[in-house]
Design a protein around this ligand. Structure first.
Ligand code: PRT
Ligand code: ZN
Length: 300
């Protein structure tokens, strides 16, 4: 008997922006894994739930083809695949179950700063470089704009400088990549975040029950945001940047530090997990004496 058939497989990004958050979320659902030597597979130790670690672009296909039962991937990738199949007249074979509240970004059209942009009609007969051909095509069709789509697999932001395109269409999160390349956002096509998708293939009862259980746990974890209390010292002039970097925090408490005018203590409740990367970014912005504490109870 092939016991692997009864195990749930979840496709997760192997190495990228969604990896830490995806694994963290699954661990918070009480799942424990051991990683295989080739690092492509994580065996579920305490439940028959395994992970396949793959490139994010492959996740919708693996779920659609029923190789994985569930997948965690950006809505941008899901929508690109869904629309790509729709344009080819093929059915979408996965369902978006719910949004996971991390990996936030948006797919936007950006113009070189010197380009006069007066509205969507400015795109008429222009060339737009993107890796998101289907999402862009859908947007142009919905707005009855004729423009040429130039496929770029990466480094889309340099296309105008290379003389390959008039505009670009790419993911934006902080906007610093656009700034660094003299580009400004002119249209937002899609607001994206990580989502969980499920295969449409019918599952045997025991597997369906297990998928139901894991989705229920995920839902429970998402409802209780894992808040952290963060304390740090910062130069007063870095406060705006530090506020921007604090993940999911509302107005932080700013306290003057005895014996100095230019430094303050900042205390904030962050309603998202605080990763090392965030602490490193805060430090680079001038913060020191960083302390992150778990929040046990909160009454707001
Ligand atoms: O190797 P693999 O194919 O798995 O990874 P990848 O390189 O395709 O993806 P990765 O890890 O870069 O991103 C995975 C997912 O994270 C994306 O599909 C989005 O859903 C989400 N995400 C969130 C982002 C960003 N934010 C983001 N800022 N994906 C990419 N970017 C890039 C963007 O393409 C641009 O180059 O970051 C740059 C812009 O960032 P800012 O902060 O300068 O605006
Ligand atoms: Zn990718």
């Amino acid at each position: 008997m092939d016991t692997s058939k009864q195990r749930i497989k979840i496709a997760v990004q192997k190495s990228g922006r969604l990896t830490d958050h995806s694994l963290d979320l699954l661990e918070r659902c009480g799942l424990k894994f051991t990683q295989s030597k080739d690092q492509l597979f994580c065996f579920g130790e305490n439940m028959p739930i395994d992970l396949l670690l793959v490139r994010d672009d492959d996740i919708p296909g693996l779920v659609a083809d029923d190789i994985c039962d569930l997948g965690i991937v950006g809505l941008n990738v899901v929508e690109e695949k869904r629309l790509g199949r729709e344009f080819e007249g093929r059915e979408t074979l996965f369902d978006r179950v719910f949004d996971l509240d991390f990996g936030h970004c948006r797919l936007s059209i950006a113009a070189p700063d010197e380009t006069p942009y007066t509205g969507i009609e400015s795109l008429e007969n222009k060339v737009i470089a993107t890796s998101y051909v289907s999402l862009l095509r859908d947007f142009l069709e919905r707005n009855t704009v004729n423009a040429d789509i130039e496929y770029f697999s990466g480094a889309v932001e340099i296309a105008p400088k290379l003389g390959k395109a008039d505009y670009i269409c790419d993911l934006v999160s902080t906007g610093s990549t656009l700034d660094a390349n003299g580009l400004s956002e002119v249209e937002v096509l899609l607001e994206s975040e990580a989502v969980i998708i499920q295969t449409r293939a019918p599952l045997p009862d025991d597997k369906q029950e297990l998928v139901g259980r894991i989705l229920q746990r995920l839902d429970g974890v998402l409802q209780v945001h894992e808040s952290k209390y963060i304390m740090l010292h910062a130069p007063r002039k870095a406060l705006d940047e530090i506020r921007r970097l604090l993940p999911g925090s509302e107005a932080p408490t700013v306290i003057p530090l005895e014996g100095t005018n230019d430094k303050v203590a900042v205390h904030a409740v962050c309603r998202e997990n605080v990763f090392w990367e965030t602490l490193e970014n805060l430090k680079a912005a001038g913060a020191s004496s960083l302390l992150v504490l778990p929040v046990e109870k909160m009454l707001v």
